[in-house]
Design a protein. Structure first.
Length: 250
């Protein structure tokens, strides 16, 4: 349970720059718009999807003014942009499975650009379902454990909150939940005083693939970075086991 955790090897860490944060906030803002429109309410107490996205926004340190602005924009009659959610699946170099979740107002443009990125980076865009079977939808809550809570104590806290599994890192803990339990587990952990580094439903690979050499790592990382940088891309999931120092940007 302790030491290096699986989630850190498969999560593409975003640069901690103001520009990167701004892009993250923009993407979460789109998620809020979709949550309001599909959930039928701008009240998070009546819209569980919106409540989950707000929790994700807060974990990403998105200012409350930004959150409220996005909610009002979605609830207003003047919102003209018609966003669609779509998922792409494909392969990075070395057969690495990749799932890309997108929010777009132009499906044709985005599909063309996704195919271009995969092709340009030595991968290939596949048909729907080609790699999804390699992943499971789970709730993933990353909490700050820099104060060094005892592993057994943290495990009991998570399990009492309804978690399915826990992985320990040096300064963080990754708590996994069943998809339907995500909201209640998150609420229970928040009530227990936990500080979230991230909180979201995610596609987690059932197994991971270790890349053979530095060149392969660089090729896969290039594709993942290009996808992450695309304005329409919300989430990128993969089954590559990448070293943490390849993903972190100091």
């Amino acid at each position: 349970m302790s030491g290096h955790n699986k989630w850190s090897t498969i999560k593409n860490k975003k640069a901690k720059t103001d520009a990167a944060k701004g892009k993250i906030f923009t993407k979460i803002g789109r998620e809020i718009v979709i949550a309001v429109k599909t959930g039928g309410s701008a009240d998070p107490n009546l819209n569980s999807k919106l409540k989950d996205v707000i929790a994700k926004a807060k974990a990403a340190n998105m200012p409350n003014d930004n959150i409220q602005r996005s909610i009002k924009k979605a609830a207003g009659e003047g919102e003209a942009t018609n966003y669609k959610e779509v998922t792409y699946e494909g392969y990075a170099p070395c057969g690495i499975a990749v799932i890309v979740e997108v929010v777009t107002d132009n499906l044709n443009r985005t599909a063309s650009e996704m195919r271009h990125i995969f092709d340009k980076c030595g991968g290939s865009l596949g048909a729907s379902g080609c790699v999804a079977w390699k992943f499971e939808r789970k709730g993933v809550i990353e909490i700050d454990n820099s104060k060094g809570m005892d592993e057994d104590e943290l495990m009991m806290l998570a399990l009492d909150a309804g978690a399915a599994d826990v992985e320990m890192g040096e300064d963080e803990a990754i708590i996994y939940t069943e998809p339907n339990d995500f909201s209640s587990v998150r609420d229970n952990l928040e009530a227990a005083g936990c500080t979230f580094l991230s909180a979201e439903r995610a596609m987690v690979p059932t197994t991971t693939t270790e890349l053979p050499d530095e060149e392969s790592i660089q090729k896969v990382t290039k594709l993942l970075d290009w996808l992450e940088d695309h304005d329409d891309v919300q989430n990128v999931y993969h089954d590559a086991e990448l070293p943490e120092d390849e993903e972190e940007d100091d």
